[in-house]
Ligand binder design. Structure first.
Ligand code: BDP
Length: 727
């Protein structure tokens, strides 16, 4: 009886499931509903009781759709509300009932014009969202000076509903703190992405300009939803062909897709382009022919792309051509390009990531040494783009000493979103805490509170131009970023570029709500995992201020033994300087004195072994193995402990994620679970290889209870990865 009943039950269940599946499939917006493609714009149905609260609050929509930007904003709102609430609001041109949503500008909406809202101070891109009364009806108004502001407001409004916030008494005002909020794609014309771990470039140059992959539109939607307003399409290690008519036509096609979303296109310019594609004998920025060539080129680009943003330039860095090839300065080079785009309103983002060909003086010092003397010598449409730290996108770096040191030259931040030095796509490392740590750092250039954020938003020195760039982690993978959680890094970059004073944790929660689930008991553990994840990477890769110990060239896996090769500052031994006496790079007054590049109070703190924060200890000091740490342990023991702690944290992350099984859709849950197990394996590899190597110097036993490395040092050193991605 029981068995038969059970079987019948199963059959019935299977039948019901099948019917439900067929129904779901026919109603589903896309076949790959939960593979991560939809990012944080999933718009999946809210719980019925939640939807029931919102529905009457958004019953009617008064919103014009008669310009490209208005039309995409309107489409987004309808799409979002239909997905979240099961039905889209009725369109109307007057507020004739309760629950009306009014979106627009005084120019596009007579209702908004009549409200006489305080839109001053919101600029072109800002907006307000407010609960109001219109002709006795309860309404929500999303108002801005320009269409693009209303678009940003629309996304914010959707986010409120996506994350379950009340709509009853809204009074929000938002304007970006930073003007240029741009992604830097390190994408080559052959679709290989330098340091990309998410497939090929999303730009299908071969099929452009005719075929416009719908993905370009979704890319624009995602960016606009977090306020990103610019994209540099091609790698900073640039190919001059990007500036030829064939490729300009393709770039113009992309610009056409992005324009309604408030996103401008920029290009990386190869400094020697006048020679390579212009037939000139020189690229000397003071040569009148070269100047003319760039002016003509700029005019040509603007004929293709009237709102072209400008150029990004990597010059005299890692073998790239630049003005120094002709005995000129970075300012000479930047100004020449700035003059070319100036008549069209373009800007030049000139990178400060430079280090000399010949002289490996402490590499950490080189950008400052080259750029500070040029302060005030750049045109007003040049902004110097500075990496967050002085070496190169390490899991942890102290803030770059250039921030605060060039009061007369706008500086913009360059963060890396792609995780070149943080385990690629399979390691979960939420970068929000890292971005925040840099932005909150106090340069003390104008007394206490002179944070990097204030340099970046221009308030410290009154910069006219401001910007933040993120090296994109976007590729052709269905989930865009190579992993579900790497989407959060794109997201947090955009949110912090809009407002560099935001905190990483609420952004993690907001992202998790939109990406996975609105349930607190799912959101909380996910946000906790995220918040501890970057510190875990620091611990198992480069604890206590160690840096640049990754595998040679590709930067995959541990390579603390890397030495030799063409230049010392491309090796690990150059950075860790381990020997029998101790470990760490002495950048204090007794060493390279890189500390002197910081404002005196900061220099004193970093330069003093007793005062330097332990997280930067080995960045600034060469420290004996038996040095007593704050924990009371000798340095060697502490190092081992940190490595192990990193591995343990990853293991716990895996356990946390396992507990969420059943609370997340199976496809994404399984992928994340597998990636976490890869991360655990690789964290262990990092720990073991690093300990095996450094022990040859420390000559000390492992602290009690610490397991020895699984393999010999020779084993780790022999591992080789000629085809690691992104290289
Ligand atoms: C380094 C990358 C290299 C980039 C360089 C840069 O390894 O691929 O070209 O940064 O920022 O971290 O120019």
């Amino acid at each position: 009886m029981r068995r038969a009943g059970r079987r019948l039950g199963l059959a019935a269940v299977a039948m019901v499931a099948m019917v439900a599946m067929v129904a779901a499939l026919s109603a589903a917006p896309a076949v790959h509903a939960e593979d991560g493609y939809d990012l944080w714009l999933r718009y999946v149905a809210l719980a019925p009781e939640q939807a029931a609260v919102y529905r009457p609050q958004v019953a009617q929509l008064v919103m014009a759709g008669d310009t490209p930007t208005r039309s995409v904003a309107r489409a987004e709102l309808l799409r979002g509300l239909a997905g979240l609430l099961g039905s889209a609001p009725a369109a109307s041109d007057a507020a004739s009932a309760d629950g009306v949503v009014i979106v627009g500008t005084p120019a596009s909406s007579p209702l908004i014009a009549a409200m006489r809202l305080k839109l001053q101070g919101l600029g072109r891109e800002g907006y307000l969202i407010r609960s109001v009364d219109v002709d006795g009806h309860r309404a929500t108004v999303i108002a801005a000076n320009e269409d693009v502001g209303a678009l940003y407001g629309t996304f914010h409004f959707l986010r409120l509903i996506q994350t379950g916030q009340p709509l009853a008494a809204l009074d929000l005002r938002q304007a970006p703190h930073v003007q240029l909020r741009v992604l830097n794609h390190w994408d080559n014309l052959d679709r290989h992405v330098e340091r990309g771990y998410a497939g090929e470039s999303i730009w299908d140059w071969h099929k452009l300009p005719d075929y416009l992959d719908p993905r370009y539109t979704d890319y624009a939607r995602a960016n606009a939803s977090i306020g990103i307003n610019g994209t540099v399409l091609n790698n900073v290690n640039a190919n001059a062909l990007s500036l030829t008519p064939m490729y300009l036509e393709k770039a113009a096609a992309l610009a056409g897709v992005f324009r309604p979303y408030g996103i401008r296109v920029y290009l990386s310019a190869r400094f020697s382009a006048p020679i390579e594609i212009g037939g000139l004998k020189t690229a000397d920025p003071l040569d009148p022919q070269v100047q003319r060539w760039w002016r003509d080129k700029a005019d040509e680009i603007y004929r293709y792309i009237p709102d072209f943003g400008g150029f990004l330039v990597k010059a005299n860095s890692e073998g790239q051509p630049g003005p120094q090839d002709y005995g000129r300065t970075h300012a000479d080079g930047a100004n020449m390009l700035a003059d070319a785009v100036k008549p069209h309103g373009g800007v030049v983002m000139w990178r400060a990531f430079v280090y000399s060909h010949e002289e490996p003086d402490d590499r950490a010092k080189q950008a400052y040494s080259e750029f500070v003397p040029l302060d005030g010598r750049f045109r007003d449409n040049v902004i110097v783009q500075v990496k967050n730290g002085a070496i190169d996108f390490q899991p942890r770096e102290p803030f770059h000493p250039l921030f605060g040191a060039m009061p007369k030259t706008p500086l913009m931040m360059e963060f890396q979103i792609t995780k070149e030095y943080l385990g690629f796509a399979t390691h979960l490392a939420y970068l929000g805490p890292m971005y925040q740590e840099t932005l909150d750092a106090d340069t003390q250039r104008r007394g206490k509170g002179s944070t990097v954020a204030k340099v970046v938003d221009g308030s410290l020195h009154g910069y006219k131009l401001t910007g933040m760039a993120g090296v994109a982690n976007i590729g052709s993978d269905r989930n865009w970023s190579g992993s579900q959680f790497d989407q959060a890094n794109w997201y947090v970059f955009g949110r912090m570029a809009w407002d560099p004073t935001l905190n990483a944790k609420p952004i993690a929660e907001e992202w998790a709500r939109m990406t996975f689930s609105n349930d607190d008991d799912v959101v909380k553990p996910i946000a906790e995992m995220m918040m501890g994840s970057r510190e875990a990477v620091v611990d198992y890769m480069t604890p206590l201020g160690l840096h640049h110990l990754m595998g040679n060239g590709h930067h995959y896996g541990p390579g603390p033994w890397v030495s030799g090769g063409p230049r010392a500052d491309w090796t690990s031994v150059y950075y860790h300087r381990a020997n029998q006496d101790g470990i760490g790079f002495d950048r204090s007054a007794s060493g390279s004195n890189a500390v002197a590049q910081y404002a005196p109070p900061v220099a004193r703190e970093f330069g003093d072994l007793k005062r330097v924060p332990e997280k930067y200890l080995l960045w600034f000091h060469h420290v004996p193995w038996d040095y007593r740490m704050q924990s009371g342990r000798p340095l060697w023991d502490e190092l081992v402990y940190r490595y192990s702690h990193g591995v343990d944290t990853v293991r716990q992350m895996g356990q946390t994620w396992q507990r969420l099984d059943g609370r997340i859709d199976p496809e994404r849950h399984a992928q994340v679970a597998t990636f976490l197990s890869i991360q655990e394996k690789e964290a262990q590899w990092w720990r073991d290889a690093s300990i095996a190597y450094f022990q040859t110097f420390s000559q000390r036993p492992l602290p009690q209870g610490q397991a020895p490395p699984a393999h010999s040092l020779e084993y780790y050193e022999a591992l080789s990865f000629p085809f690691a991605p992104g290289h």
